[in-house]
Ligand binder design. Structure first.
Ligand SMILES: [Zn+2]
Ligand SMILES: [Zn+2]
Length: 415
């Protein structure tokens, strides 16, 4: 905790309104858990209202208005806008501009939830405290011209009070449970919705894998996807933010994607944007090759041909009297340390010291495995003068597919 606080920028004040919302709301939820009896109808309604709030944020504030990843008809826009407002996270105009800034300036001082400031700051610190940090500029001209966004921005506080707190208490009043409505459908729902959404700025930049690019902090993880209706495939999302999907692979959990696709099926949404799969595959391949290259670099390979001494036939014969040297594919191998491990027996190796065993090794006596070929290449001690090496035998099986780095002229290679 102390190190997390250490990463905070200098604090210049407290946003008391936000503190009140984010402290009093969970307190009301806890009060309800202790003192208010649970009504089954209220619980069902609270769950449904939770989904309404979350889909308003994920399919509305995020994928529709922050990223314009699809078009929605007006009734769907109103539905998503009210859902987003009911989650009491600021107006859509405020939310979408902040989020665009986060994408444009990811992991920098101008990113409102800069991951280098630590989990606590990105989760909630930036909401509760004032600092000198300012979000970087972004183009939000489309949001400025959108009448629904502007009207809800200017009337945000009464709308949030009504859809965030009043309505979820009033509806359970129909079955005489207004207090249950307030504590569970309003306060408990909001507390869970708040922290699940905040998790995208904190956990989704901290926990998980980087299957598409690892230069920045966003990560893919099933846990953050579960918490956020599918927004947890955040590495994919930061690479392809205009894509209406966050989970690209069919087995990944993304109910927001399914919701948008269903809206398209019903004629409520159109122009669902997808990034070309060929380019997505390139990103995935780049990261796989990068991991493979790391494995490749952790392995010891045979000595380079040009580093091996060139040995005459006479020298080879002379040396082979004192140790077991075999000639295979033009390379002289010292197998002295391998005699008692040779599956074909020690005698076969000692008896043939000083001989060309290429034909025997490649099938004349026994067709050795790739593993044998790889192992033997580690015993190379010299190259025979004029010793011909068949082209398909110079490179060991494990080196046929080799991950190489190509030099770029004016850009540094990501590492
Ligand atoms: Zn992010
Ligand atoms: Zn986004």
């Amino acid at each position: 905790m102390a190190t997390e606080l250490h990463k905070f920028p200098p604090i210049e004040g407290v946003r008391w309104f936000n503190v009140a919302v984010l402290v009093l709301t969970p307190l009301a939820a806890i009060y309800g858990l202790v003192f208010v009896p649970l009504d089954r109808r209220t619980v069902i309604f609270a769950c449904a209202y939770y989904l309404f709030s979350m889909i308003g944020i994920t399919a509305g504030f995020h994928r529709l208005w922050s990223h314009r990843s699809y078009n929605a008809c007006l009734p769907l826009q109103i539905f998503l806008m009210l859902g987003g407002i009911s989650s009491v996270q600021g107006s859509c105009y405020f939310w979408a501009r902040g989020h665009r800034s986060h994408h444009r300036w990811t992991d920098t001082e101008k990113d409102p939830y800069d991951s280098s400031r630590g989990l606590l700051w990105t989760h909630i610190g930036w909401i509760l405290f004032k600092s000198k940090l300012r979000s970087g500029p972004v183009d939000s001209s489309d949001l400025g011209k959108d009448p629904l966004i502007q009207w809800t921005h200017h009337n945000y506080f009464p709308l949030a009070a009504f859809f965030g707190y009043a309505l979820p208490a009033l509806i359970p009043a129909l079955w005489n449970d207004p207090w249950g409505g307030f504590c569970f459908s309003a306060a408990m729902r909001l507390t869970i919705a708040h922290h699940c959404t905040f998790a995208i700025n904190s956990i989704a930049h901290y926990l998980g894998s980087t299957p598409y690019d690892d230069r920045l902090s966003p990560r893919d993880h099933f846990l953050s996807a579960i918490l956020t209706m599918g927004e947890g495939y955040h590495n994919f999302h930061h690479q392809f933010p205009m894509d209406y999907r966050n989970a690209y692979l069919w087995y990944q959990y993304d109910p927001t994607k399914w919701f948008i696709a269903s809206c398209k099926f019903l004629g409520l949404a159109s122009n669902l944007r997808v990034f070309p799969s060929n380019e997505i595959a390139k990103g995935a391949l780049t990261m796989k090759l990068k991991h493979l290259k790391q494995v490749q670099e952790s392995i010891t390979w045979p000595q380079a041909i040009e580093e091996l001494p060139i040995v005459t036939w006479e020298n080879f014969q002379e040396e082979s009297k004192t140790r077991s040297l075999l000639l295979v594919s033009g390379f002289i191998h010292d197998v002295s340390g391998f005699l008692d491990q040779h599956p074909g027996g020690e005698t076969y190796l000692t008896r043939n010291s000083g001989k060309d065993m290429t034909a025997s090794f490649f099938g004349g006596v026994y067709r050795h495995s790739n593993a044998a070929h790889n192992l033997m290449s580690m015993m190379r001690v010299g190259v025979l003068v004029g010793g011909g090496c068949p082209p398909n035998q110079a490179i060991t099986p494990s080196q046929v597919l080799f991950v190489a780095t190509r030099q770029q002229d004016d850009r540094t290679i990501p590492n």
